[in-house]
Ligand binder design. Sequence first.
Ligand SMILES: Cc1cc2nc3c(=O)[nH]c(=O)nc-3n(C[C@H](O)[C@H](O)[C@H](O)COP(=O)(O)OP(=O)(O)OC[C@H]3O[C@@H](n4cnc5c(N)ncnc54)[C@H](O)[C@@H]3O)c2cc1C
Length: 370
Amino acid sequence: MSSYDLLVVGSGLFGAIIAHEARAEGKTVLVVEKRDHIGGNCYTEEVDGIHVHKYGAHIFRTSDKSIWEYVEQFCEFNNFVNSPVANYKGELYNMPFNMNTFHALWGVVTPDEARAKIEEQRVACENPRNLEEHVLSLVGRDVYEKLVKGYTEKQWGKPCTELPPSIMRRIPLRMIYDNNYFNDRYQGIPIGGYTAVLEKMLEGCEVRLSTDYLADKEALDALASQVVYTGTLDSYFDYRFGPLEYRSLRFEHERLDVENYQGVAVMNFNDRETPYTRIIEHKHFEFGTQPTTVISREYPQEWTVGIEPFYPMEDAENRARFERYRELAEGEEKVRFGGRLGEYRYYDMQDTVKSALAKYAAWFGGNGVR
Ligand SMILES: Cc1cc2nc3c(=O)[nH]c(=O)nc-3n(C[C@H](O)[C@H](O)[C@H](O)COP(=O)(O)OP(=O)(O)OC[C@H]3O[C@@H](n4cnc5c(N)ncnc54)[C@H](O)[C@@H]3O)c2cc1C
């Protein structure tokens, strides 16, 4: 006899929604989590009353009202709007590329003047062979040199001349004075931090932290009649076809005895020389007025098995390898796979919510997104 109806492996957003939906239907749920805290990459930790996004800045956004309302069951969102600033060797530019950026770059005032400037700078290229040629043909020299090149090269660890154009198919140029990074209808940060949201989702479930499912799979499987696994697919199958590759990040968190370090939540560092890509000042996500602050420097880094996987490598080789693992996964009787790691996809939180609700409905019945 199994002790639980459902075992959920991983307490990130995907696993927590699956667990919540199962509890809501009266199922008994055990959640195992290999980290020493819940929440996966959405986890926030409180320091001096500031909610520190330990795995990178997380801004919730969606244009889908049903997703927004679903998450609102667990929190109230504040009215944070992401308006990052790009720092190129001390010159500051608003992001995304909009009339404020073009004015700072060239002193232009009207959209027509900005368009003319971009046109004058574009380096025509019919079949760009690499990212540099592609971006130069879209936006010209200044935007490329100051705002794209260094940041992208740090992010991917390669010169733009060796990166495929597909990394940035489009570069949205906004011909209005508007620094709101996102185009979504709804945007905000949960008041009280993401961990509180995840705690609410997991209410009524038994949660075991610091428990690696794969290290004790047989015994844990025996505890439940169904399993949902949200870890990496390749590790589940013991890397039989080789590892699925990722790009990783390293964060350096620092508490400072200053009230306001950089005046904005997200500052990008777009030159090649600064080793980090961004500094996050967490208090600005929640309009904090504390006397101290916490900042995090974000360093892109190579990924190897064992370090935190962040961004899946979207190339043909890894996609093909993933398909082979997916076929194996389909053959598993008791275990189902989901989440950004189980599906080897970059999922924003809204995609994760949508996928978890749709998968729950497909696996166990229910309505999907409501
Ligand atoms: C740097 C960064 C910034 C982001 N910023 C945003 C943003 O601004 N807005 C947005 O919408 N989205 C953002 N996202 C995406 C967001 O983090 C994801 O959508 C979300 O975290 C996915 O949830 P998940 O449960 O699928 O995965 P995860 O959060 O990775 O959770 C998986 C959990 O499973 C656990 N686990 C894995 N293997 C095992 C095992 N063997 N045994 C037990 N437990 C295991 C892991 O420890 C982890 O806790 C960002 C992502 C990153 C990487």
